[in-house]
Design a protein around this ligand. Structure first.
Ligand SMILES: [Zn+2]
Length: 214
């Protein structure tokens, strides 16, 4: 099975991809893992990546594309998580797979609205002392805004603030919507309602993918 996973920040895409990978015994490939592995294995691309990361620069599309191609060449099944992020990357992936006589089976979209994502993420609080994460809606501390473990006052991370979450959601939409449209044209997209509880999303994914008989 060759799968892509898409979803906005806060959709639980990585968690779900891992569950599916375990259930169907497919390698779960994230862009972060690919970068780390290439550096660790000192591949030709890995040496370049190491240099770029040491300088603190971002890895270019060209290098990411080359890395994806190199990684997928060795795999007959995979879940690709975090790539393609843009339409040019999707077009590259299509060509690269074609040259290997491979094809994406499904692009899984875990769909969550902006309002739901804002509600989920902006309700997170964290203890600056021990790092324990709370949620003022779904995982409240015993005493309002106080860490259960050490009594420190909880804070909201900058990344979790509403305006930051909305910005990230808009960036996601702008980049990913054309990618989703690209796969919709090929009837590859499976949309899951990511507003459901995590176990229900997993159950539905298992059902749908289990019935594909790939
Ligand atoms: Zn604490």
């Amino acid at each position: 099975m060759k799968l892509l996973f898409f979803g906005p920040p806060g959709a639980g895409k990585g968690t779900q991809a891992k569950m599916v990978a375990e259930k169907f015994n497919i390698p779960h490939i994230s862009t972060g893992d690919m970068l780390r592995n290439s550096v660790k294995n000192k591949t030709e691309i890995g040496l370049k990546v190491a240099e770029i990361l040491e300088r603190g620069d971002l890895v270019s599309d060209d290098i990411m594309n080359a890395l994806v191609k190199e990684t997928l060449a060795e795999l007959d099944s995979f879940i690709l998580d975090g790539y393609p992020r843009t339409l040019p990357q999707a077009e590259f992936l299509e060509e690269a797979l074609k040259s290997m006589n491979k094809n994406i089976d499904k692009a899984v979209l875990i769909d969550v609205s902006e309002e739901e994502v804002v509600k989920r993420i902006s309700s997170r609080r964290v203890c600056p002392e021990c790092g324990k994460v709370y949620n003022i809606i779904s995982l409240k501390p015993i005493k309002d805004n106080i860490c259960d473990v050490d009594g420190h006052e909880l804070v909201q991370r900058t990344d979790d603030k509403e305006e930051v979450v909305r910005d990230r959601y808009q960036v996601y939409l702008k980049n990913t919507e054309p990618v989703i449209e690209f796969y919709k044209k090929n009837n590859k997209v499976v949309t899951i309602d990511g507003a459901m509880d995590v176990p229900d999303v997993t159950k539905e994914l298992f059902n749908i993918l289990g019935n594909l008989s790939l």
